[in-house]
Design a protein around this ligand. Structure first.
Ligand SMILES: [Zn+2]
Length: 100
């Protein structure tokens, strides 16, 4: 699996970095709001990396929009959305590469 190098959330552009071994933090991924950087543990299975990236998008939306979601809500949403997008590629394709 190839991670995207850039992740755009709202008006911010995040650098996405492979960070094998950050599982020591007990997280597959983490986001630095101020540094605009997302790190993903590439030692984890691909399904975990994909969901972790989506999880950090939701973490960033929660932070920037001051949604005050509980962490378990972010986790539930990222797991649910990851499952839906993975099992419905024709739905995921509706959102792919047509930004202009
Ligand atoms: Zn989290």
């Amino acid at each position: 699996m190839t991670l995207p190098s850039v992740l755009r959330v709202l008006s911010h552009e995040f650098e996405v970095l492979a960070a094998p071994g950050i599982s020591g933090l007990d997280a597959v991924a983490c986001v630095s709001h101020d540094a605009c950087r997302v790190m993903v543990d590439t030692d984890r299975p691909e399904s975990c990396q994909r969901e972790g990236l989506l999880h950090e998008v939701l973490e960033e939306l929660d932070y920037r929009l001051e949604l005050k979601l509980k962490h378990r809500q972010i986790t539930a949403l990222s797991e649910g959305l990851a499952d839906t997008l993975l099992r419905n590629p024709e739905v995921a394709a509706l959102f792919a590469g047509d930004e202009d």
